[in-house]
Design a protein around this ligand. Structure first.
Ligand code: PMP
Length: 282
């Protein structure tokens, strides 16, 4: 899906024309993936206002990600949250996907070279259903990837770092090359981790199950929302390691994340999930 160009990008404290938001080819992040980011959505709600879904939680995670890789952000959490609102408003967007990125810029090339400040940019643009409208409605056909997710002592999976998405890319490419809509990674222990860009839930006997943080997942904000909503409606939610086999045995299964929102999974490895009647997913 091509990016829909907008008027402005927020860059280090100011809104600049979209076409001027450029980096030098010797930018540290281009060479070593020294960057962390967020993906969030703004929605137009019933009263006509546009609101960012869990802005604070996303920007708090951005600061956590930046802290782990020692990327010194020049702004406060509140300033970045406000900048996200500004970039949506000033581009006249009613609903949007918002992409803040913190990266090491131009000047030093050593892998651990000190950078006094990291660069920060925020873009916003309209974005539809990540896996397509059809997947959102009828479910996605997923497969288990031959690529494992990051082992916990390789790179932190809970940090939303650009480099982690090389793993996601391999998983997603393999799935598409094999004719599936999305790929699921197992963790280093061989239990289920997450999709290339989304967390997973299965429903068995009326209970919801989802892999825990120790299964090399990104601790998704949508995942947290689903856990909260499910509990508030009286469902039991269990965070536990899941075997590949338990996906085949599920009554229902769905993927959650900012991009996919809540997308049903119709099959895993060509085995249909449940009866395709999905009361809890719905
Ligand atoms: N896991 C991965 C690997 C992701 O990239 C994402 C976000 N696209 C998620 C899970 C879901 O996280 P969130 O709900 O915070 O968007």
């Amino acid at each position: 899906m091509p990016i829909k160009e907008q008027k402005f990008i927020w860059s280090n404290g100011e809104l600049i024309p979209w076409a001027d938001a450029k980096v030098h080819v010797m930018t540290h992040a281009l060479h070593y993936a020294t960057s962390v980011f967020e993906g969030m959505r703004a929605y137009q709600i019933k009263n006509g206002h546009t609101v960012i879904f869990r802005n604070f939680e996303h920007i708090r995670r951005l600061f956590y990600s930046a802290r782990v890789y020692r990327l010194p952000i020049r702004h406060s959490i509140e300033e970045i949250m406000q900048a996200c609102r500004d970039v949506v408003r000033e581009n006249g967007l009613k609903a949007a996907y918002i992409r803040p990125l913190v990266y090491l810029g131009y000047g030093e090339m050593g892998i651990s070279a000190p950078h006094e400040k990291a660069e920060t940019m925020i873009a916003a643009y309209p974005w539809g259903a990540y896996l397509g409208e059809e997947a959102l409605k009828s479910g996605v056909d997923a497969c288990i990837s031959s690529w494992r997710r990051l082992a916990p002592d390789t790179m932190p999976a809970g940090v939303k770092a650009s480099g982690n998405y090389l793993s996601s890319r391999l998983i997603a490419l393999e799935a598409r090359e094999r004719g599936f809509g999305e790929g699921i990674g197992l963790d280093a222990a061989g239990t289920v981790s997450e999709g290339a860009g989304e967390n997973l839930f299965v429903v068995m006997n009326g209970k919801l199950y989802t892999p825990p943080g120790a299964s090399s997942i990104l601790m998704g904000i949508t995942r947290d929302t689903i856990i909260t909503l499910a509990k508030s409606r009286g469902y039991e939610v269990v965070e536990q390691a899941l075997t590949r086999e338990s996906l085949y045995a599920a009554d229902e299964m769905f993927m959650v994340g900012t991009a996919v929102e809540v997308t049903p999974v119709r099959s895993v490895d060509r085995l249909p999930i449940g009866s395709n009647n999905r009361p809890i997913t719905t």
